[in-house]
Design a protein around this ligand. Structure first.
Ligand SMILES: [Zn+2]
Length: 277
């Protein structure tokens, strides 16, 4: 049931596709990798900040006209600190697509989220807002917020989820459970892939805030790549990650992903739902 609910939630902000996909959403294995979000206002104590949808701050990352620096705030429950491999790979992937002359900085902080073991998209949004240091658009610094909490997403088999324009969560309990036979792929490799994947959603991949000229979005998994060599491949998000061919999971964007981001950055591809202009 949770999978169907997530499928419908996904369709909520992909209204254009609801009609054509309504049947497949009910039948396909939708994991809920992209959380429900209406792009609306959340809370009244943050100056009615618009949280947006995943992809809503991609231009802010891809271009440097307003934001010259980037800070990735990573808050984790004790025992859930991401591996150094994840951090270095994530930094490298962001630097490879975003224009940040002042640099991309990652800051990890042990955090008590004060929350139980089941997380909804709204939980992540609201607790993310409560625990982050400051707002996403902070002067000339763009700030994205990753949570590594204890517990799991409310839908089974979800290793990570992007919930608004600047916030995502990675569920390491489930990442560790997804480790393959004999450690191939390893929990560390899966953690790295899922983290880059969720940040890929914050970048708007695939087709979240634009329409790619290339046919690389998986027809049965909206917002995801149909290329198993892309980190945006739909199965990255699922507990079936250990079924990858050769037990290797990609942790990088493919040429179609990169072409989309380059075209958006250059102004050659129309991009929607941006929180600034
Ligand atoms: Zn995904």
């Amino acid at each position: 049931m949770g999978q169907v609910e997530e499928g419908l939630a996904l369709a909520h902000f992909m209204r254009l596709r609801v009609l054509s996909l309504s049947i497949s959403l009910l039948l396909a294995s939708i994991s809920g990798c992209i959380g429900d979000g209406d792009g609306g206002f959340f809370g009244s104590d943050e100056e009615s900040e618009l949280f947006g949808i995943p992809g809503g701050l991609t231009l802010a990352c891809l271009q440097s006209s307003k934001f010259t620096n980037m800070m990735i705030e990573i808050d984790y429950t004790a025992g859930y600190e991401p591996q150094s491999q994840t951090l270095s790979t994530l930094k490298s992937r962001i630097e490879s697509v975003c224009d940040k002359p002042g640099g991309v900085t990652l800051k990890t902080t042990q955090t008590d989220f004060g929350h139980g073991d089941s997380w909804s998209a709204n939980d992540i949004r609201e607790i993310g807002r409560d625990t982050r240091e400051t707002q996403p658009q902070d002067g000339s610094t763009l700030r994205w917020h990753l949570l590594f909490p204890n517990g799991s997403y409310e839908s089974n088999g979800v290793l990570g989820v992007a919930v608004d324009a600047s916030t995502a969560a990675i569920f390491l309990d489930d990442v560790r459970d997804a480790e393959g036979l004999f450690g191939r792929p390893s929990a560390e490799d899966i953690e790295t892939a899922v983290t880059v994947h969720e940040v890929g959603h914050l970048l708007g991949l695939v087709n979240l805030v634009y329409t790619s000229p290339a046919a690389h979005e998986d027809s049965e998994h909206p917002g995801h790549s149909n290329n198993e060599d892309s980190v945006m491949y739909w199965a990255i998000e699922s507990g079936d990650i250990s079924s990858f061919v050769n037990n290797e999971v990609p942790d990088d964007f493919d040429s179609d992903d990169r072409a989309d981001l380059a075209a958006i950055a250059a102004g050659d591809l129309e991009v929607n739902e941006q929180l600034w202009s």
